[in-house]
Design a protein around this ligand. Sequence first.
Ligand SMILES: Nc1ncnc2c1ncn2[C@@H]1O[C@H](COP(=O)(O)OP(=O)(O)OP(=O)(O)O)[C@@H](O)[C@H]1O
Ligand SMILES: [Mg+2]
Length: 349
Amino acid sequence: MSNEKEMIVDIVMDHETIKETTKSNKKSKEEQPKELKMEKITIQDLPGVGAATAEKLESAGYRDMMSIAVATIGELVETAGMSEAVARKMINAARDSMKMGFESGMDILKKRELVHKISTGAASFDTLMGGGFETNAITECFGEFGSGKTQVGHILAVNALKEDSEAYAVYLDTENTFRPERIIQLAEGAGVNPENILSRIMVARAYNSDHQMLLAEKVDGLVTEQQKKIRLVVVDSLTSHFRAEFIGRGTLAERQQKLNRHMHTLAKIASSHNICVYVTNQVMAKPDQFFGDPTASIGGHIVAHASTFRIYLRKGKKGSRVAKLIDAPNLADGECCFEVQQGGLIDIN
Ligand SMILES: Nc1ncnc2c1ncn2[C@@H]1O[C@H](COP(=O)(O)OP(=O)(O)OP(=O)(O)O)[C@@H](O)[C@H]1O
Ligand SMILES: [Mg+2]
């Protein structure tokens, strides 16, 4: 546990970077389609990009201006083998073309109007979240086993697709806990056709952390190449593979670096395509903690800072569940109490 703490100090730089990136992603969010349609600039129009580089970039998933504009210099150097100076020029040119500078508060307000809120089905939970789980954001839910994290993922999938008949949900399942039978129950509870809902949930089982990262990177292609309107991406669980694969002091730095990259991918998906990213995370015991909550979420500050909203879920009295909002950019911290039932989540007063 103290390893974790030491690491947290080491990775402060990293999470600052990711926070910055997440912020700039947010700023530039909805501009992409409009700008691209108006000016029709392609990656090949950027300085220093010939056909070969463009091909390399495209095959690595950099297909539009936005993906270059929000990339880091290191990423481009690694993928396309260009010099740092060329990468910097490219990124700057891409940012210029997308007009990623300052905007007025009114512009931001207009963009905020495009944010969708996915209902949990329980009014008090929705109220806690300011109306539901937001798109263009990552929401992390952490809690002990059986606290309801996976149930929330399932109900969000049903409700996201109920609210938009053309939308799709992506479910990255790392623990083999996605259950179509459960979706059927919840869809019936929500009064929608279960088969229709199931046919619009794209499930991928991730077998290790690399596979999980690759699958997350592929989500972009589902939107840009396959033109799928993805409203929700669930990563359940975000950290289980990372936790299992990187054991011991010496591996912690590598784990945090990879997690950072994964969170970066998820943040990009959320902001470039107005998607709600819901990730689940387990807690671990903190034996050295004498005051306050004796548990901590996995992934430390990397995950915490990359998440826009953070919810702590725990089991309450008589089978109830308590959700506590502990980090949100514009909402008060608070708690609500609900119960998981066959047909969905219901409020407990
Ligand atoms: N059909 C159902 N009807 C009522 N309650 C259910 C149903 N299915 C699951 N539950 C409740 O949800 C609980 C499981 O919650 P869930 O799987 O979401 O936990 P979790 O937080 O994801 O745990 P883990 O960390 O082990 O993945 C069950 O113990 C049960 O209380
Ligand atoms: Mg679970």
